[in-house]
Design a protein around this ligand. Sequence first.
Ligand SMILES: [Zn+2]
Length: 411
Amino acid sequence: MLRRVLKAKGFDVNFVQNFTDVDDKIIDKAARLRISSEELAKIYIDEYYRDFDQLNVLRGDVMPRATENIQEMIAMIEGLMKKGYAYVVRSGVYLDVTKVKDYGKLSRIKVEELKRGARVEPDPYKRNQLDFALWKFYDSPPHWDSPWGKGRPGWHIECSAMIHRYLQEPIDIHGGGEDLLFPHHENEIAQSESLFEKPLARVWMHVGMVKLEGIKMSKSLGNIISVRDFIDRYGPNLLRYFVLSTHYRKQLEYNEQMLEKAAENWRLVELAAAVVKNYPSIGSEEDNKQAEKSLVSFDQHISSDMNTALALSDMVRVSKLVNSAFTRGEFGDGKETALSSTFSIIFSTLGFKKAELVEKEVAQLIREREELRKKGRFSEADEIRKRLNGMKIVVIDHKKGTLWYKSEVLG
Ligand SMILES: [Zn+2]
């Protein structure tokens, strides 16, 4: 969403999104499935692309994988060793957090408090409890050669190394889930800033977690609804609408009532999308004036730390204008109006996508239905409408013809 907003405002965005394609979980699962961790990572990366492309989420300009950047990580660890921030013990290479000035500045947690409460990697060889692994020794593959011995990189160093290679410090914005604030992002800062003596990022943006009935949705708890299941049931646009209806920093509460409310609004939006697509010349002079005001308000909302919830209400307001002009019959097939162009700008800036092209079969049924209606065979025509509804096709007759489109929320 942020990329779409920045692009809409004319910024040239270079977005790097990385994949952790080697870690203990991947290695364990690959062993159980009797495939390599590389093959398993590829399966998940492909599935990720499949789901997120469907959601109309833009791909990164660069999408590097950790295993493609092992040499960069080793070079960083060597640098940290040279500067005295890192040390080698029997289990691996560690970063000594007591050497890092301002450790804990991002999460604003006191190091003393951290020691008591935090999830830290247990390791009897570490000097301090909060020190974290830059490199861990492993005898079995997957492992890589390093100046200290065969092993695998620590998780935190992956991101620092890829940022250094693909972007250079300081980057403008570093994003991530709020659950990564500590220790992951804190440790990225500790490594990169100690070595390069520059800020890692100018701005950090953290996204709230999704909660199901008050509990964080997570794979390990098993209380998840997968993107794929959601899309199969409701379609990708409704998921986008639902997610955007809560500010990105807040926790997103998933429950049926919230979903029903999103669906109610989405019904208005998808009708407006179909109307604008088929009849770009829609709306009265007053509608166009209102639309222009809504565009200004949309810009203000989306510019205010991405207040997507209010931006959605602008989209719904414009949709209502479109739909009531449609009901009044105030449309033609001439040029775009301010109303239809405003709708299109908001719709696409928020990343919604027009309904997929409906198959030939549907077009054929629509024609048959029209023929039957012309001949006065209304009950047969109505049977076809029911069949179309069963296929999630909405059919609306109006004085200039018939509007039909595929709905994501029907039924
Ligand atoms: Zn990271």
